[in-house]
Design a binder for this molecule. Sequence first.
Ligand code: ADP
Ligand code: MG
Length: 781
Amino acid sequence: MNQNSLLQQYFGFHSFRTGQEEAVGHILSGCDTLVIMPTGAGKSLIYQYAALVLRQRAKDRAAVTLVISPLIALMKDQVDSLQALGISATYINSTVSPAEQRQRSAAMLEGGYRLVYVAPERLRRSSFVEALKSVDIQLLVIDEAHCISSWGHDFRPDYRRIAGARKELGSPLTVALTATATTLVQDDIVQLLDMPEVKRVVTGFNRPNLSFEVLYASGAHAKQQELILLLQEQFGTKRDNTGVEACIIYAATRKEAEEVSSFVGRNLSIPCAYYHAGMAVEQRERIQNAFSTGSLAIVVATNAFGMGIDRQDVRLVVHYNLPGTLEAYYQEAGRAGRDGRPSRAVLLFSPQDRSLQNFFIRQNSITSGQLYQLFQRLESLPVEGSENSESSAGGRGRLCRVPELGRSMGWEPQKLRLALAHLEKAGILENAEFALFGGEEGALHLVLGDWHEESAKAGIRQVEEYNSHRKSQLEQMSHYAQADSCRRAILLSYFSDYSKAVELSADRCCDYCFRQGLREGLRRKGPAAGAEPEANLISRLSRSERAALIVLDSVRQLAENGIRVGRQRIAQMLSGSNSQKMTAGFRAQRYYGRLGVLTGKQIEGAINGLLQSGYLQHRNPENTDATIIALTRQGSEALELREAISLKAFDGVDGLPTQTTQASRGLPAGQTASAGKGSTTAETLRLLESGLSPEEVARERDLNVRTISSHIGSLIEQGRLDPDDYVSPEVRERVEKCLRQMKENGSDLSRLKPIKDTLSPSISYDEIKFVLGAWRRENGA
Ligand code: ADP
Ligand code: MG
């Protein structure tokens, strides 16, 4: 059978994906291989396919592919799907009865399976390794291989045992696979496994379908608001789980995961659950199951919600806190969009988060005194009887319950893990069987040696090195969160991926590129060119830009609901004021309290700014003295296009980011709403007539260039500018033709998007605005 028909027949795939064929090729030609491919790229197929070909080559020999994978929960799924493909496979772990384990081991020895999955702690059982010696292991697979390296973000001491076991088994052909490994971690894997001749297949780290965003949210309140906004954008007005794609929210602590989950539950009608390692196993399984099968859409979790998640349609991964390393961040964020569809990775950044991570680092750092303390604690444990028969040291074996050990030392599990690993490395602790870390009973068998001062010191030096490594990793993580440059580029260069990433449009790449696109006035192919769902556009705006749109939208909505009020009421409503003026009608508004981080006065300042730049206007309804606030056409367009409006009133406000590049060169600060509508377009006209380009006017006035375009549209409509100066006759003709047709069809010409969608993408919103100005002037529309 040739390779392609094997691929087709067994897996139902027409072709290999990038990197797969190369990796399979190396394995089949007998080379140890290290595969670094992003999440969802199809790493499993590599070893499953190789396993089939090797077995064919082996003819009737009882050759088996042994897969070491850290997640017992995942094994069943993997094995089930292999069996469904007609490939004999099994797993041997603590979820099956001892009798069944023995039966499966026996069947493995007889060649009954092509693939056998085991957890790494199994290799700590000398009886199991002994048994394996009589098996023909044609291929050893180490999935999630980054767990081997203590430089990696998810070091598991059990993985350390793999190297020794591999040697004992005569160094069979090996493939190690992972999605997240820096070059440092890759080198460590290769060195620890002792594979000097290894072939590396690194397809790059880029995930073009993910967009990376950081939202500044200083303080708990701001974070909650951001989160709810994000979820509303994601889920719209859905009230249940039907057809809903998934979202994972990562929190730094168990307590925070629970709190955020209950907050989301109170504010959103979509069911949401939390997940962390402090929960009972059954409860965790239930949640993971509900999430995988689609009956649960939102999970708020600590990093314990990890590698086993196999849901393809995660559309949004939010980090509620700053993670400790970019590797952890990329791995977790990478759980979004495994199906290749556009998805978002959003980090909510508050500078205070750094101190939490620093605390974790301090908490996990170990002193020599503490190592000795642990040694003494272990020494005080009763020596086990003869039942610990696997221990080479016989009667010196000890048994303890790891959770209790951690508690009695007052240490977090990670710290205990590291300390035990360092004792082991220093030769003080032998033969530890970390049942806990494979998710089994939490029992730890160990054999304790003598305390050597010298080796203990060496262990400490390693710990110190590790701590400073952690600190520099945190440094890089903070740099990412605060950078004023492309986020994707930072991530890729962290992984030493200097390949020129797939050319992405600015709005698909990251929040920085998106804003940069707006700021540089990419007028021809601006980011609002209708390529993306609008919900995605809005969140790429800065917080203050979004706040400006929220003000506009609240004005629109109040009018829609028949509530016509002035500046002060709108500000009270948005700030969530408790004033008696805030009647039930106001409190029922969607935007009530939405800008709670601001005071009423600050919001009034913002409304003034919006009046001044022509997005809002004063109106005096007939027969009243009242002055109400209403949207202008420019304001409706800005809302429709999610325009980035920067407002001085929001500059430097706590909880909102300050605009980076806005020098205060524009209008005198004293200019107020009384300047009213019209004066702002007049100012634009004056500057245009003095010979400035629209971009220069924007810069001069400290306004967005799209605001100036709207002014130009109005000025054309008023007959004060000549459309021919701004749009080519050819474009004008095409747009006018479209407008005529739409009018004949009775279409609504007050909205730009339907017009834009009808036209070729090369025609910009600005051009449409200009032609519309001329059209309205001529047709009185
Ligand atoms: P990884 O382990 O790299 O994160 P998986 O091995 O779980 O990714 O594969 C992700 C998805 O890609 C699976 O649904 C798998 O069936 C699919 N897949 C793998 N290889 C191919 C291929 N050559 N053609 C089509 N789909 C594939
Ligand atoms: Mg995988």
